[in-house]
Design a protein. Structure first.
Length: 327
């Protein structure tokens, strides 16, 4: 309407009409984040909490992120997992002597309470990526073998996102820095021959898996098709989300997005959360389990409100930031 009015004025003045491009503000504007660390005090200066209630795509939106300095040697970045059972993030919080941050991470099997992604704790692999997916319909005798994405932190406190393979015969996983198209064959076992010559041992002190990768080299790069997660139109669905990345200046970013609350907080798509992570400063990032599992505690207090009717969903693994105990 404004453009039409402007053109009528210009024509009356003998000036050629203007060409107007309508770009919704919410499509280009960055979200405004408020530092709410005081709400979750006490926290060390190297750990901060931010919140936004800006609308997203014209819809109500709520999200939090934690920013933690990786090089702070007074912080411990670790993970915890269970065997054959699940616990709520609050139960993990109590079990782990009340750390600063507890957040859900891996996808899992409801029937067996089994992690479907890698977890490395204190340098040891305690959970493995599932590399074989049985096909259905006419392809019931065939399988696909994707590489799952993992975020890891090494002893020098440097973070990395990679596509990782490991089995119980190897002390360290193999990792690629570029996604691999899932191989389709009749074997129930992933073949190491599927890996390119660029796969290297990936020695990390802590790591948690999920997928797909959202950001690589500071740009949106969603590898949902390679990792066989949220394929097709599902990439555009809005849900509660949990994701993690790191910045070029050495900060770990954990983003939790509230969703499934119509008129209050409706969640985000994978593309929207990828853009958020880039705006925050991430150079690499990956998606983690979301939906009813999304939950992030800071000093035992919830940030986003979990979408399940019963509150926090029990999960088999969490990522943890804690203050190192003095020896």
């Amino acid at each position: 309407m404004y453009c039409n009015k402007l053109n009528r004025i210009l024509l009356a003045a003998g000036i050629l009409p203007a060409v107007c491009f309508f770009i919704p503000l919410h499509a280009v504007a960055q979200l405004r984040w408020m530092n709410v660390s005081k709400v979750y005090a006490p926290l060390p200066a190297s750990v901060q909490v931010f919140k936004t209630t800006d609308s997203l795509d014209g819809k109500p939106f709520i999200a939090f992120y934690v920013k933690a300095k990786l090089k702070d040697k007074k912080l411990d970045f670790t993970a915890d997992t269970t065997l054959g059972r699940r616990m709520t993030p609050l139960q993990f919080y109590e079990k782990n002597e009340k750390p600063l941050v507890v957040v859900n991470c891996t996808f899992f099997n409801f029937d067996k309470n089994q992690n479907l992604n890698m977890v490395i704790k204190e340098g040891k692999i305690v959970s493995y990526n599932v590399h074989t997916i049985a096909l259905k319909g006419k392809d019931t005798l065939l399988y696909k073998h994707p590489l799952g994405s993992v975020l890891g932190i090494d002893k020098k406190r440097k973070a990395d996102v990679a596509w990782v393979y490991a089995d119980s015969t190897a002390r360290y996983p193999y990792a690629l820095q570029q996604p691999l198209v899932a191989k389709k064959d009749s074997s129930k076992i992933f073949s190491l021959q599927s890996l390119s010559n660029h796969a290297l041992f990936w020695k990390k002190q802590t790591a948690i898996g999920g997928g797909p990768v959202l950001v690589q080299d500071g740009k949106i790069k969603i590898t949902n098709e390679e990792e066989l997660k949220f394929t097709g139109k599902a990439i555009h669905d809005k849900h509660p989300r949990t994701c993690m990345g790191y910045t070029a200046d050495g900060y770990l970013i954990i983003l939790a997005i509230q969703g499934r609350f119509p008129g209050v907080a409706e969640g985000a798509t994978l593309e929207q959360q990828a853009k958020m992570l880039i705006d925050i400063g991430c150079v690499e990032a990956l998606n983690l389990d979301g939906g009813g599992s999304s939950c992030m505690l800071v000093n035992g207090k919830e940030t986003i409100t979990p979408s399940g009717k019963s509150g926090e969903r029990p999960v088999p693994a969490v990522f943890i930031i804690s203050k190192k105990h003095s020896k």
